[in-house]
Design a protein around this ligand. Structure first.
Ligand code: GLA
Length: 677
């Protein structure tokens, strides 16, 4: 359960009543009841209304609003209102504004215009949160706390002087003395040796490549600087309400913040998710994001805090979700561990930058709109799913993800800058090439359940561990992976792994030094491919191509499963297999085409004994959640055609109440949630 104050699947959205005259609120709560809304996030952008001038507070409206919600049985996910400072903060403290790498000051007028290291912002935010916590700690509508909003979304790092000073303090904590910093940063190169702490700066725009370890540490610092803000607010809230769950909303695969570190400090993981309805891979991307959220919370239930009913307004072209998509994607989130489905936002704004972003209540005549009908239907559906509260996913495959590696892998001055961990949501071409997507998609298509895991996590629950491009690896992670295979696990690693240590220094001793023995090979050098360049790979079924990268592999015990077809390295291994201890380690020394990767990954899964919960035709997603002897099977049809699914045993359809045996028919974009008997 997400919060004991809402012992149901949570349903609701961001509620911004300050944009509306109070008489509209009565209509809001009436509609909330009609839609079975049980929780709304309140006050996210209310700082200017709550504290119109420094130390002048106006809580009257929020008192009235929370009372009204309570009278109507709607609980509040009360925000700390610190996401967008009021204009007076910048007037009194211009130094609180963030500064980009190029020295450009980001001014008020939009949102999130604060430097994470600003003393004035920190002090003022803490003051406001203290007031809110004190005032509402005992309010009966309070069900959980929503800290700030999407930390780092627009401003994830700041290069101002206060940030520079803060960065230095962070470095002193990390390294203790300058000698160690000089060593870690490799400052013997290009005459970069530091003699005094105050010579050290954030990696501001420079003539050419900035020191890679400086860049990497600045990323670590920037994630930590925002985390300090979260921790401060959390500390205040915890002091006031020791039992009340606290969250801050994530943004999926968001590169700037190390979400492993963040999630460990949250009571509940929550996420904002805006798949692009015009992207054929949207269900895959969304599933991957949902699996990440479940994994970040160690398998505990999480909340889909924001999604849109129909369309967003921040892409170049904002395609709508077709009828049925919103319901299907919402149920997908629940299938993959969510116990709350919420939207941005409750009522569509009349003014401001998001007035063309859909909401639960559209601009006019909600009752006549298809989106409101869908909102009501989803509310009814979710009400029937209380029986799944506490049921968990059961993955036997883990894909490793470490933000430190992600940051280091994508720094400049590499053999190839085309190797990316995750493609941005607007990039279709990037999707196919991004290393995480290319190994997640085949597993999604085969309905093999997957967790994400940190390379230093306990991997013993898994049969197969997939290691995409673990370029940066700590000693602890290297030991962990070697141990996993030695103890009988199956592991699949892809190219450019095990190359550097945590300081981004090359691990000498033949690439990939820490995994050479486990993989039974040595890599002499890397061959990055040009844009559009391909090679063939020979071996396995049919003929295949690969692109992006080739490793020059010399086997040292590994068996060659496929080799390169052309070029000066024709005949050298591209894909290998090695037994190590009681386990087996596969290596992909290139980026094969999607067909090869699919067959290969699915074969490795089969050998490791990792399976789908049910055999279904393509385009159908099946996910199981289980708690004790309660077993709930989600069957989701992402396709354009109706499909028949053969069930393995009798089941109760929780959404319709019907008993199901044998064949289950699902309409296009149809979904069933089955309690297996
Ligand atoms: C983010 C923010 C919301 C809103 C939505 C629009 O998720 O948290 O305030 O701006 O985007 O999609």
């Amino acid at each position: 359960m997400i919060t004991p104050k809402v012992p149901h699947v949570i349903y609701g959205g961001d509620y911004n009543p300050e944009q509306w005259p109070e008489p509209v609120w009565a209509e809001d709560v009436r509609l909330m009841r009609e839609a079975n809304v049980n929780l709304v996030s309140v006050g996210i952008f209310s700082w200017a209304k709550l504290e119109p001038q420094p130390d002048e507070y106006d809580f009257g409206w929020l008192d009235r609003l929370l009372d009204l919600l309570h009278e109507n049985g709607v609980m509040a996910n009360l925000a700390t209102a610190t996401a967008s400072p009021p204009p007076w903060l910048a007037r009194l403290h211009p130094e609180s504004l963030p500064v980009t790498k190029d020295g450009v000051v980001l001014h008020p007028g939009a949102r999130q215009h604060y430097c994470p290291s600003s003393a004035a912002y920190r002090e003022r935010a803490a003051g406001l949160v203290g007031r809110i916590a004190d005032r509402y700690r005992g309010h009966p509508a309070l069900a959980m706390w929503h800290v700030n909003n999407e930390y780092g979304c627009h401003v994830s790092e700041c290069y101002c002087d206060a940030s520079a000073a803060h960065f230095r303090r962070w470095l002193e904590d990390r390294y203790g003395d300058l000698e160690r910093l000089n060593e870690a940063w490799g400052t013997a190169f290009w005459s970069q040796r530091y003699g005094r702490w105050d010579e050290i700066l954030p990696p501001r725009s420079a003539p050419t490549f900035a020191n890679p370890t400086q860049q990497l540490d600045f990323r670590r610092f920037s994630s930590d600087a925002l985390l300090e803000l979260y921790e401060t607010e959390k500390g205040i809230l915890r002091g006031a309400t020791p039992e009340m769950p606290i969250t801050t909303n994530f943004m999926g695969f968001f590169k700037p913040l190390d979400y492993w570190k963040w999630a460990a400090r949250e009571d509940v993981v929550s996420d904002d998710s805006y798949p692009d309805p015009s992207d054929p891979d949207a269900p895959v991307r969304a599933a991957m994001q949902r699996d990440l959220m479940r994994s970040l919370g160690g398998g505990d239930p999480w909340v889909l805090m924001e999604q849109t009913t129909v369309r967003v307004n921040w892409r170049q072209r904002n395609a709508p979700k077709r009828p049925g998509m919103m319901r299907l994607w919402s149920l997908q989130a629940v299938a993959r561990g969510a116990e709350g489905v919420m939207f941005f936002q409750w009522r569509q704004s009349k003014a401001g930058a998001e007035k063309f972003h859909s909401a639960m209540v559209p601009h006019s005549e909600p009752e006549e709109s298809r989106s409101w009908q869908e909102v009501k239907r989803l509310g009814e559906d979710l009400r029937k799913l209380d029986g799944l509260l506490g049921a968990r996913g059961e993955a036997e495959v883990a894909i490793l993800l470490d933000w430190n590696n992600w940051w280091a892998l994508e720094l400049d001055a590499k053999p190839s800058t085309a190797v990316r961990m995750v493609a941005p949501s607007h990039s279709r071409a990037g999707f196919a090439r991004s290393v995480l997507h290319s190994c997640y998609k085949p597993l999604f298509e085969a309905n093999v359940p997957v967790d994400f895991a940190h390379p230093e996590a306990d991997l013993s629950p898994y049969k197969l561990v997939v290691v995409p491009n673990l370029y940066l690896v700590t000693d602890g992670a290297a030991d962990n992976l070697n141990r996993f295979v030695r103890d009988g696990g199956s592991l699949l690693m892809s190219f450019f792994s095990g190359v550097v240590d945590e300081n981004d220094h090359v691990r000498l001793g033949g690439y990939p030094a820490p995994f050479r023995e486990m993989l039974g090979l040595r890599i002499e050098d890397f061959v990055p491919m040009a844009e559009g360049e391909e090679n063939g790979i020979v071996g396995g079924e049919g003929s295949h191509t690969c692109d992006l990268w080739a490793d020059l592999i010399h086997p040292e015990g590994a068996e060659t499963l496929a080799s390169f077809a052309e070029g000066f390295y024709a005949g050298m291994p591209a894909v290998t297999r090695n037994t190590f201890g009681n386990g087996v380690a596969y290596y992909l020394g290139t980026h094969p085409d999607a067909r090869y990767t699919k067959a290969f990954l699915q074969g490795v899964c089969a050998e490791a004994g990792a399976q789908a919960p049910l055999r279904v035709s393509s385009g159908v997603e099946v996910v199981r959640r289980r708690a004790g002897d309660v077993s709930i099977l989600f069957v989701l049809n992402h396709g354009e055609e109706a499909v028949d699914v053969e069930l393995e045993g009798p089941a109760l359809d929780l959404l319709t109440g019907a008993e199901r045996v044998g064949t289950l028919r699902l309409e296009p974009l149809g979904a069933a949630v089955l309690r297996e008997q």
